[in-house]
Design a protein around this ligand. Structure first.
Ligand code: AMP
Ligand code: MG
Length: 352
């Protein structure tokens, strides 16, 4: 089984017709029982769930219902979401949130601390300034960037576990959980599937992948890794993994996912919280392999921001966590025991 990492890019905006086609396609597949999978659009991206053995319609329905619930509570683009309510109350008052929203914010703040602010869930004013939240991306002026930079500071988020309250201390601050929420959603999808008694499945939320159990032939799962220089769904190599303790996740962050071009320069959606600009280093993408997708998601974004040297040090310090780094010059490095085979010969693996 080769399951693909397909990530959204700015130029990929599914029209209603395309969405309809995907839904019809997935329906036809499930009717024909060629592939027991279902695809829907959630989190603005293509989400495919594949249930093996007893893949019942009701389980698919429950999984997608849970995904939409998470989107409704965590999206910064939905005005009634818990995250939007927190943002609207910035500098005014703490807001009590649902348990799941609190869990993700707490973990995001943990990673902000662990990465010395490279991962920062208060990055929203930058995402908005660069026009990624309203689909009108453009390069802001340096004074505009300087004005919002003091607002990007995870240390100014106060949380209270007992009351599940979240408070942004400064007016104008805003959370954006885009770097971690999809990973959490993938973990939650896995939980719904396991609760239904299904032990073998693949969850692919636009490239945040969770595998459950093992393939029928007991061999490792084979996961295609997105070619960062190519269209969504085109792989440059294959990762072989097994699900330790029944579950494993693979999450990729890259400059290719969402971007725009101005005056011939490409600007993407992962920001340095220190300069206020899209990260420029020698990396094209970072894939993180970890038991929990929420962790892999935060780490892939964080390591992309930190760059290879610091990022590798961080990954090496975390037990059970591995990474694949793809560089601008098409060289590839992996950590520890990653079993990765390049299938596109224009890339080459550098052995450590
Ligand atoms: P991912 O695709 O998981 O790497 O997440 C990218 C998304 O995370 C962006 O679209 C932003 O919403 C958000 N983001 C951008 N830069 C950062 C950062 N330095 N720390 C945390 N989240 C970020
Ligand atoms: Mg991420």
């Amino acid at each position: 089984m080769l399951c693909g990492i397909m990530k959204q890019c700015a130029s990929f905006k599914p029209s209603p017709q395309v969405q309809f086609f995907f839904l019809l396609f997935s329906l036809l597949l499930s009717c024909a029982q060629i592939e027991p999978s279902k695809t829907e659009f959630v989190f603005g991206t293509v989400c495919t769930i594949t249930l093996y053995d007893q893949g019942k319609d009701s389980v698919y329905r429950d999984v997608f219902a849970r995904l939409r619930e998470i989107e409704n509570y965590m999206s910064v683009n939905i005005s009634a979401s818990d995250v939007s309510r927190i943002n609207a109350a910035a500098g005014i008052e703490p807001i009590q949130v649902r348990e799941d929203v609190f869990t993700v914010i707490e973990r995001a703040l943990f990673y902000a601390q662990l990465t010395d602010g490279a991962f920062d869930p208060t990055v929203q004013p930058l995402v908005s300034l660069w026009g990624f939240s309203d689909d009108k991306p453009h390069v802001p002026s340096q004074p505009e960037i300087r004005e919002v930079l003091p607002l990007i500071n995870a240390q100014n988020v106060e949380i209270n576990r007992q009351t599940r309250a979240v408070f942004l201390k400064e007016r104008g601050m805003a959370l954006d959980l885009g770097g971690i929420a999809k990973g959490y959603a993938a973990d939650e999808a896995a939980q719904v599937i396991k609760n239904a008694g299904i032990n073998r499945a693949i969850i692919d939320l636009g490239g945040d992948i969770v595998i459950l159990g093992e393939p029928k032939d007991k061999r490792p799962w084979r996961v295609g890794i997105q070619n960062p220089n190519s269209n969504p769904g085109i792989f440059f190599g294959v990762l072989e993994i097994t699900a330790k303790d029944g579950q494993q996740s693979v999450v990729t962050s890259g400059a290719y996912e969402r971007f725009f071009e101005e005056d011939g320069i490409r600007y993407h959606h992962i920001f340095s919280p220190f300069s206020g600009e899209p990260i420029i280093n020698d990396l094209l993408s970072v894939t993180v392999i970890a038991p929990i997708a929420m962790d892999a998601d935060a780490l892939s974004t964080a390591v992309f921001v930190m760059g290879y040297e610091k990022g590798k040090q961080l990954i090496d310090s975390l037990p059970g966590t591995e990474a694949i780094f793809v560089f601008n010059n098409k060289s590839v490095r992996t950590t520890g025991s990653v079993d990765f085979t390049i299938t596109d010969n224009s890339y080459h693996l550098i052995h450590n």
